[in-house]
Write a protein that binds this ligand. Sequence first.
Ligand code: NDP
Ligand code: 2IT
Length: 447
Amino acid sequence: MSMKNAYLLSVMDNLKAKNAHEPEFLQAVEEVLESLEPVVEADPRYERLNVIGRMVEPERVVMFRIPWVDDSGKVQVNRGYRVQFNSAIGPYKGGLRLHPSVNLSVIKFLGFEQVFKNSLTTLPMGGGKGGSDFDPKGKSDGEVMRFCQSFMTELQRHIGPDTDVPAGDIGVGAREIGFLFGQYKKIRNEFTGVLTGKGLSYGGSLARTEATGFGLCYFADAQLRDNGQSFAGRRVVISGSGNVAIYANQKCTQLGGRVVAMSDSNGYIVDENGIDYKVIQEIKEVKRERIRTYLDYVPSAKYVEGCSGIWTVPCDIAMPCATQNEIGEVSAKTLIANGCIGVFEGANMPSTPAAIAAYQAAGILFSPAKASNAGGVATSGLEMSQNSERLSWTFEEVDAKLKGIMEGIYAACAAAAEKYGMKGNIQAGANIAGFLKVADAMLWQGI
Ligand code: NDP
Ligand code: 2IT
């Protein structure tokens, strides 16, 4: 650990002692605290009023039983979570993840990151996250519906349009949000903007589906341009083939990049002619199939079993859009050795600390998730605004706002990094800029 500040070290030590079995959460916190050293040293109030000690403790954690009946009539039980991390600058806001790997550590790391990300958007949203270890893969629509209904039966008492507004994440898309919304409305007898990522016929926002992927590319484009580069003519590798990956492909192709590889948890495809996002949309969103079936559409492409090998495909630009810790030190060094000029994170915490250290040592461009994937939640914030005023904006209007927000986040991160003596370090800039607004609000509001 490179941290030297005694106050930050004591917060971190205390957190490790209390949460020894939460490695992802500790990793996310340590990454932020390391960047905050100059900030804490410049303003004694953060230590005197123990702002950091308060920030690393969620305001509330809810864990609950989710019983549901499968198609064969058997009763299944999953575990549900909602971590309401910080409400200093607005109602808790953040996605719900359905994946067998979900546990308290994963949801706490995601909730912690969300606090800073939401602050960076400049919109009034606090941070939260939730989910379950339910695996939607291989389940029928009926099973997914009964699970979502049972999940919401408990969750509804903890959320609300002015309290906590969940949305999608891994395993939660339009289908799940619809079932969750339907159940909330039945139980509460209220039609409100309690969830975002809703369908367009019942209060959803145009461009929310595309927002995280588009926003990632707007951010990357701003960072590339600031460094005299662009997407034009670049080979791009995007991991994952879900919501974020599909629309990152669409936008970066529009910006002149060529996406040569994409993946799912089973393996990856390589298509030197460039992967058409519409084919991936068909495979993943319509058919809910595996990415290997891409070969049925494009027989000249190649499929390789195992997802981590995707980082051996030579590229100029890497956009990890699958899951946490998907790029370790070896993959990072392989990317660099193959000439990669930048890693722009779409997934949450996809690079391990050793991978980030490798990017920094090599001096390649790097955008941290909490800055470059903030377009999804920013557009969720715009969905909340539209729900409040009971109006819908056009696709162009939302997309233009999203682009402006992403360019603003890049500028804010760059400015904060420079102010604290770390010019060009967008990772530190994101942590600092995200922190300052939340910390200021906490100071104003007392203990
Ligand atoms: P989806 O469920 O739509 O897609 C997830 C993709 O990642 C799938 O291709 C999936 O493969 C792959 N994947 C998931 N888990 C693993 C794993 N353990 N190992 C390898 N591959 C895996 O999710 P999203 O696209 O919404 O989310 C992707 C990432 O982006 C997540 O980190 C999420 O937190 C983050 N994010 C999402 C936002 C959103 O608005 N949706 C906003 C900001 C960040 P398979 O189908 O085989 O499981
Ligand atoms: O990680 C994230 O920012 C999301 N999954 C989106 C959250 C949201 O509330 O739109």
